[in-house]
Design a protein around this ligand. Structure first.
Ligand SMILES: [Zn+2]
Length: 291
């Protein structure tokens, strides 16, 4: 799944192309792409058509497009899933192979949702709270703020982390504690903070956890600057281009290579059906592990 930097790359592109535009018509080309919309496909098409885009926002890995007309406002929540792409194309440009939904715009462009594996999709959602620009869609309301959110409170996040008797990497991936961090940026942040992911969160000092949050914020900031990580050719911006942060990865995918800090050979361990990459010297393996 794309993590915060990859989603932010897409969000920035959409914001630039969509804000102020009106959706003139919508075509759902595969029912799976609309399955999360409660009212079904005709309702999604009817409610989205004619609406103007007022903003494109994100919390963690979750992105939505604010749309409104004179009588109704809603959030078009975009699930990228494993392979979803949000692309801007000229009206009449040849269809992409896995085109699932198209929304025609009033500037002779189309917003296209292309999704090879059909895990993703769109749904229109109401807002959980009504506080103007800070409204959050109902389906995103349980997600914690990410480190780029003005509402993010690092000290409070550290307190919540230290209340957990579980591995720190698992806590870092818990989107209700801190959002936006996935497997890749978790490994990078842990490497930077010199923490092994199997350390129990409650045994780590507040200072070290703040360092970890700073590291996660820094690595994701750097990744956004270069368009994210292209660990899969499917992660592209609205123009179909890939980012290149994978060149800057210090931990993820570097099994068997020397640590860029100390030269020790990097290792890989299985973790939650995926992998964790770490330096056995900089990130000491804890003797005590979670049950
Ligand atoms: Zn090292």
């Amino acid at each position: 799944m794309p993590e915060l930097p990859e989603v932010e790359t897409v969000r920035m592109g959409l914001e630039k192309h969509l804000t102020g535009r009106t959706v003139t018509s919508v075509e759902v080309r595969h029912p799976r792409a609309a399955r999360r919309h409660v009212g079904g496909e005709p309702d999604l098409i009817g409610r989205l058509s004619g609406k103007r885009v007022t903003g494109v926002r994100r919390r963690g890995k979750y992105m939505w497009i604010d749309v409104a007309d004179d009588t109704d406002r809603a959030a078009l929540v975009v699930h990228l899933g494993m392979s979803g792409q949000m692309l801007i194309a000229r009206d009449g440009a040849p269809d992409h192979t896995h085109l699932r939904i198209r929304a025609a715009l009033d500037d002779d462009n189309e917003l296209r949702f292309v999704d090879q594996r059909t895990f993703g999709g769109w749904h229109l959602d109401d807002y959980a709270v009504s506080e103007g620009a800070d409204d959050i869609p109902v389906s995103v309301a349980h997600i914690a703020p990410d480190p780029f959110d003005p509402a993010f409170d690092a000290a409070a996040v550290v307190t919540r982390m230290r209340a957990k008797h579980s591995e720190i990497k698992r806590v870092l991936l818990d989107q209700t504690v801190i959002s936006g961090v996935g497997n890749i940026y978790a490994d990078e942040a842990l490497w930077r903070a010199r923490l092994h992911g199997a350390r129990i969160a409650e045994t780590i000092s507040r200072k070290k956890l703040l360092e970890l949050i700073d590291a996660a914020t820094a690595v994701m900031t750097e990744a956004v600057e270069v368009g994210g990580t292209s660990f899969d050719a499917l992660y592209v911006n609205v123009n179909g281009q890939s980012g290149y942060f994978e060149r800057s990865l210090n931990a993820y995918g570097r099994e068997g290579l020397p640590c860029r800090r100390c030269g020790a050979i990097m290792r890989r361990e299985s973790f939650m059906n995926r992998s964790s990459y770490f330096c056995p010297k900089c990130q000491t393996v804890p003797r005590r592990r979670a049950r």
